[in-house]
Design a protein around this ligand. Structure first.
Ligand code: CA
Length: 237
């Protein structure tokens, strides 16, 4: 039975979420401030953290940043502000997904199901793959990746995105297809999620993220993975 850590200080929302998550069969731990949330995340090793941004004692941004340096646990953030989305999904934090308040309960539960389903499939270890391209090495069994001899720590979503791109090396993958494969559901009309995760992935795997060698943009479509050695050298004249 998956354990979900819910970090939310608003009493009514917290209780509603707790009740409904338990009804779905999850074990729910509920923290009402950031410090307690961090402590519970460390002591209970949950399968998913649902993390509010505005929290007493330590805000959700800080909790997320700290947690991400310690663990690859999926993090779903709750925000009240559209303008926080870039920060949440972007480089500095590494949350896996987010919903903007007010959200429908159905939407939140769908996200939770998708994240947990994804996690179960990954930990089942049924298909261990070693993907290698250029300097990059990915082991889907241990969910680790390296650039040269250096291990690179990726969030769960970055990892899945990279693995998906590498499996289809050389193919242009649309944002919609990536959303479906990596996020596992029809994202509510916002393919920008893919773009921010790609941007973030590039910061970690590319030598120069502004001149990506591995994850290249296919204008009007999405992204294509290639290895630098796949690119034919310009002919000498
Ligand atoms: Ca709050």
């Amino acid at each position: 039975m998956p354990t979900i850590l819910l970090v939310e200080d608003e009493a009514v929302l917290g209780e509603t979420l707790r009740y409904n998550l338990e009804r779905e069969g999850h074990t729910v731990l509920h923290a009402t401030d950031g410090v307690q949330g961090l402590e519970l995340a460390r002591s209970s090793q949950p399968d998913l953290v649902i993390l509010d941004v505005m929290l007493p004692r330590l805000d959700g941004f800080s909790v997320c940043r700290i947690l991400r340096t310690e663990s690859a646990v999926p993090i779903l953030m709750l925000t009240a502000r559209q303008d926080e989305v870039d920060r949440i999904a972007g480089l500095e934090l590494g949350a896996d997904d987010y919903v903007i308040k007010p959200f429908s309960l159905g939407e939140l539960l769908a996200r939770v199901r998708a994240i947990l389903r994804r996690g179960q499939r990954d930990t089942a270890g049924l298909q261990r793959e070693l993907l290698q391209s250029g300097e990059l090495k990915v082991d889907t069994g241990s969910r680790r990746m390296w650039r040269g001899n250096q291990e690179v720590v990726l969030s769960a979503k970055e990892f899945d995105l990279l693995a998906c791109l590498m499996r289809h090396r050389g193919m242009a993958l649309s944002r919609d297809l990536l959303l479906e494969r990596v996020w596992g559901y029809e994202f509510i009309g916002d393919s920008r999620t893919v773009d921010v995760h790609v941007r973030w992935l590039r910061e970690k795997i590319e030598r120069d993220p502004s001149q990506p060698e591995y994850v290249t943009t296919v204008r009007g479509i999405g992204y294509r993975f290639q290895s630098p050695e796949d690119v034919p050298a310009p002919a000498h004249s």
